[in-house]
Unconditional design. Structure first.
Length: 231
């Protein structure tokens, strides 16, 4: 009888250790708050050296610390509108952001929708925005979704002699989009982080082309997001 109980005890101990390890991993995951930064080149960190350290999602990770996992799902040139030139839904980062099962989604799209050849109308933009929100809301993780307005566009910083810096982004269109995002946040009772208003008086953060923030600008955006998340 003793010979039969020893293997049973051994395997029970192994099973208990495995279960403890499994539960430990689950507890660790629950303690780590997952944040998906969804957006365009401003989120990605285009034009910033060492994106892994100096993009706004990377700066946000540094501010929040080890109990948070911040992922950068920015895609340069992509839009909210499905009928625009580069819909974000068609970029692999969109599905990756869904698969991540985030606890928080920071949604900042709209700057490239402001391109003169992309902008359709308010109804189209809002319909596509609502649809994307629903897709994130349907996730098993039930994330809290923050709407971020586009950063201010500073056309005075664009050098007309450098065509590579001309993105056909209309500052007026981005202003319209900002108002729409504000209204949508109010309508759906979702938290708003007004990056447009925060950057309005800071053209020095967009010295290269009036659209993309430098490292200091990315750090400033990260600080606005951090303050909103900690409220």
């Amino acid at each position: 009888m003793k010979r039969k109980t020893k293997p049973a005890i051994f395997f029970s101990a192994v099973a208990l250790c495995a279960l403890t390890a499994f539960l430990g991993v689950r507890c660790q995951r629950r303690q780590t708050i997952r944040i998906a930064c969804v957006g365009d080149s401003i989120t990605y960190g285009a034009g910033i050296s060492n994106i892994a350290k100096n993009s706004y999602p990377a700066r946000l990770q540094a501010l929040l610390g080890k109990h948070y996992l911040v992922k950068n799902y920015g895609a340069s040139g992509y839009t909210m509108q499905k009928a625009a030139d580069y819909p974000y839904r068609e970029h692999p980062n969109f599905q990756k952001s869904l698969d991540f099962q985030p606890d928080i989604v920071l949604l900042m799209l709209g700057t490239n929708d402001g391109k003169t050849f992309n902008w359709k109308d308010s109804e189209t933009f809002l319909a596509d925005y609502r649809d994307m929100i629903r897709q994130y809301q349907s996730l098993e993780s039930s994330p809290k979704i923050y709407l971020l307005t586009p950063a201010t566009v500073f056309p005075q910083n664009t050098d007309p002699e450098l065509p590579d810096n001309s993105y056909s982004i209309s500052a007026d269109n981005v202003e319209k989009i900002t108002l729409l995002v504000r209204d949508l946040a109010s309508e759906l009772d979702l938290p708003l982080i007004d990056i447009h208003e925060a950057t309005r008086e800071h053209p020095e953060f967009f010295p290269e082309d009036g659209v993309h923030p430098n490292a200091e600008g990315a750090a400033f955006i990260a600080r606005q997001v951090y303050e909103a998340l900690k409220d």
